[in-house]
Design a protein around this ligand. Structure first.
Ligand SMILES: Nc1ncnc2c1ncn2[C@@H]1O[C@H](COP(=O)(O)OP(=O)(O)OP(=O)(O)O)[C@@H](O)[C@H]1O
Length: 745
């Protein structure tokens, strides 16, 4: 079955005009009025001409959230409960309505695909449990993560708790998994909504010129459904993916930070397009691994049902972008996916874990076995398979594999016409692979044709190896039947596997820190380097070289600090009450770092400034104590956090210096966790997060975001102190005090 591609044209936004509409929907013939399948768009070079793209369905500007769900998503729920995985993903340029489609608004009417899907899942759970009189228990659990700058972050974890390197991903039995993700059981829709809303606060969103709440990451919600009867457990997954939108940076005016995000977004989408291109051209190498998003999405590699919702803006300003999206979607439509049902796991061993079911009862889980837990059953009839359009994907884990009837026993048929499960014991330690058309048939050639492609040669070699392995397995099987592993041994094996995996993960993470430390050091950012070494230390506790490096760096930093203290210069802040008023400098006393000799020197200098506020000594903004050494202060590296320099546009600052924040206001390195938290929330430019701060309503949050966007436009990157925050239009020190009092700790 191919990927189902549906297009949705969003309505006009506030500033968009009717006369600029260029994207329309249409039906093929008169026989299907009201169910358009065509998107029409003019040729940018010749408006008299128009291009038509055909999809499975097309929804125009009037389509409601309910319609999209009812027609495109609701039908997949039944398959989900029949053991199929379902993947839904929204694709489109930034600002075209992906998040609106997937998440939607808060009102019932405006709820997007995801909450509706969950609602439908819970309804079905209850029905199943009721119909089976409790004999079938259904559990729902979810994980939610984002891919931000090609790193995977758990959205159930607050951003400040994230490790910079993100979570590693692995291939497991042909499926890509994120290692270390939180999985939250949620038994009711209410519980889901709470978790989902909380996690969304952690998602990286920002205001850009094209979208005030632009998603800066790909968000992946994974809903795991576990159905358990007395004899078996069946697990299936629904994945709902809200991709970040591609951006044309000539139109976005993105600042440095947004540009970094944007290039990561564009790169991953570019790789996705390359994958789709390679698949549609039936190339043997599909570049899935070149980005985490494509690895996880595994378009064309994953089994089950895939629905892509292509979001489109109707107006001319998106013309080129819309055309690229349409071309991409057109190619995606041709991708073939296997409909493979997840195999139930039969209960043989004693349960190890007990979890609450939807109805509140308890169901029991079977421990993981070392053998492939997810063998697959192909729903397609073997005979029909020959006629089926050839599947053209997978290089890494989906290589052709022949089923050897001689070593296969038919365990059971899960439904008529299904392929028997391969219960080969000798090959059991290898990941299960799906039987697929051979490379030769894929290219429409037979093995007798003289020109052998590289792929077919590889396949022949693999087949030969597998034949040999199978023969050996058969011999071994006859010689001595493989004994069933005792349960405790199985458990120990499983624990061992997990330990090895954990060890590898943590080593990789430690190495990442070391690498980053090296990079900081090369750039002369010693304190950041030291911080990275400190983070790496727990992974290599007995590494003497590392300890020595850290000592040397500490010493170097101490010496630098001593020198800095001597050249520490204070700064002043001022309030022009009216534009015509002369600037009245108000000095702020700044205690210098640590050394007493330095303290006296600084106070002398301060005194001098107090007495002699000549214009050239008035500073309109914060100046770092020593610009050259700025990189050497903790958290002041550009790589950690951008900070303003003297080029910062003067903001309307206040005389008021927040209690106990005088030091912070001039030296952000001394900022309290509370201050840092406020600033980091503000700098997300995320209305939802900012609104949560005490004393900040929707209006104030919007004013803050607007100011920040304006500052971005002037090349300034966020606010770095509470002073600056208080100086933003519409904020004021009282609001900042309020924000502070609302943060616990
Ligand atoms: N079908 C729709 N009905 C009403 N408003 C819509 C619809 N689709 C999108 N919008 C509005 O358009 C704006 C952009 O939508 P949204 O944030 O969902 O875009 P996006 O594609 O997710 O953007 P990004 O990739 O930047 O995150 C929002 O204000 C949203 O409310």
């Amino acid at each position: 079955m191919s990927v189902r591609v549906v297009a949705r044209i969003r309505p006009l936004l506030k500033l968009e005009l009717d006369k600029d509409v260029i994207v329309t929907s249409d039906s093929i013939g008169k026989e299907t009025p009201g169910s358009p399948t065509i998107v029409r768009i003019p040729n940018p070079k010749n408006e008299a001409e128009s291009y038509s793209f055909q999809f499975n369905s097309v929804y125009d500007q009037n389509a409601t959230q309910q319609e999209i769900f009812d027609h495109e998503v609701a039908p997949t729920v039944k398959h989900l409960f029949n053991g199929f995985d379902v993947t839904l993903f929204a694709y489109g340029v930034t600002g075209t309505g992906k998040t609106h489609t997937m998440r939607g608004g808060k009102s019932l009417q405006e709820r997007g695909v995801i909450p509706r899907l969950l609602s439908s899942i819970y309804r079905r759970c209850r029905k199943i449990e009721k119909d089976s009189a409790g004999a079938t228990g259904v559990e729902v659990a979810m994980s939610y993560y984002e891919i931000y700058n090609d790193r995977v972050y758990d959205l159930f974890e607050a951003p400040e708790k994230r490790t910079p390197a993100g979570l590693p991903i692995r291939d497991n039995n042909g499926k890509t998994v994120v290692v270390g993700l939180t999985e939250r059981p949620c038994t009711t829709l209410k519980e889901f909504e709470k978790l989902y809303d909380e996690a969304n606060v952690n998602r990286s969103t920002s205001a850009t010129k094209l979208n005030a709440h632009s998603s800066r990451s790909h968000a992946i919600l994974c809903v795991k459904i576990t159905q358990t009867t007395e004899t078996q457990t069946r697990i299936s997954y629904a994945s709902a993916i809200d991709l970040a939108g591609s951006e044309d940076n000539r139109r976005t005016d993105n600042n440095k930070e947004r540009l970094v995000e944007s290039s990561a977004i564009n790169k991953s989408l570019f790789v996705l397009a390359q994958c789709v291109e390679a698949i549609s051209k039936k190339q043997s190498r599909i570049p899935y691994r070149e980005s985490k998003m494509t690895r996880i999405l595994s378009l064309g590699q994953n089994n089950g049902l895939t629905v892509m919702i292509l979001n489109l803006a109707p107006v001319r300003s998106y013309h080129q972008d819309t055309l690229s999206s349409l071309n991409f979607a057109n190619r995606t439509r041709k991708i073939e996916v296997n409909e493979i049902e997840n195999e139930p796991i039969f209960k043989t061993a004693a349960p190890t874990r007990t979890t609450a079911s939807i109805m509140g009862g308890n169901i029991q889980r079977q421990p993981l076995k070392p053998l492939a837990a997810s063998m697959n059953v192909n729903l397609l009839d073997q005979d029909k398979k020959v006629d089926k359009p050839v599947k053209a994907f997978s290089v890494y884990s989906d290589k052709s594999k022949q089923v050897r009837p001689s070593i296969t026993t038919v365990a059971r048929r899960s439904s008529p016409g299904k392929r028997a499960r391969d219960t080969t014991t000798a090959l059991s330690s290898r990941p299960t692979k799906v039987v697929r058309p051979s490379e030769t048939s894929r290219f429409g050639k037979t093995a007798h044709e003289p020109t052998l492609s590289k792929a077919s040669i590889e396949e022949m070699i693999e087949r030969r190896i597998e034949e040999k392995l199978a023969e050996k397995a058969l011999r071994d099987e006859h010689a001595a039947p493989a004994p069933l592993l005792p349960e405790d041994l199985q458990k120990r094996l499983h624990a061992l596997e997990q330990r090895i995996e954990k060890k590898e993960d943590s080593r990789a993470e430690g190495l990442q820190y070391l690498l980053m430390a090296k990079q900081h050091q090369v750039r002369g950012e010693e304190s950041s380097a030291l911080k990275m070494y400190q983070l790496a230390l727990p992974y290599f506790p007995e590494n003497e070289k590392l300890a020595q490096k850290m000592l040397a760096l500490q010493e170097k930093l101490r010496l630098k600090r001593d020198n800095n203290a001597l050249s520490y210069i204070s700064t002043v802040s001022y309030v022009p009450t009216r534009a015509s008023d002369p600037v009245k400098p108000v000095p702020i006393a700044i205690p210098p770092p640590q050394h007493s000799i330095a303290t006296s020197l600084v106070s002398k200098k301060l005194k001098k400034i107090h007495q002699d506020p000549t214009p050239d000594k008035r500073d309109t903004s914060y100046v770092a104590p020593n610009e050259d050494d700025e990189d050497d202060a903790y958290q002041s590296d550009a790589s950690f956090k951008f900070r303003t320099k003297s080029s910062r546009k003067p903001t309307k600052s206040k005389v008021q210096v927040f209690r106990d924040t005088q030091q912070e206001s001039v030296n952000p390195d001394l900022q309290s966790p509370r201050t840092r938290q406020i600033l980091s929330i503000i700098n997300t430019r995320d209305l939802a997060q900012i609104k949560l701060l005490k004393g900040v309503g929707a209006k104030k949050a919007e004013a803050i975001v607007n100011c920040l966007v304006e500052m971005d436009g002037n090349g300034m990157i966020g606010v770095t102190t509470l002073e600056e925050l208080g100086g933003l239009r519409g904020v004021g020190f009282k609001t900042v005090e309020n924000m502070r009092s609302g943060i616990v700790g």
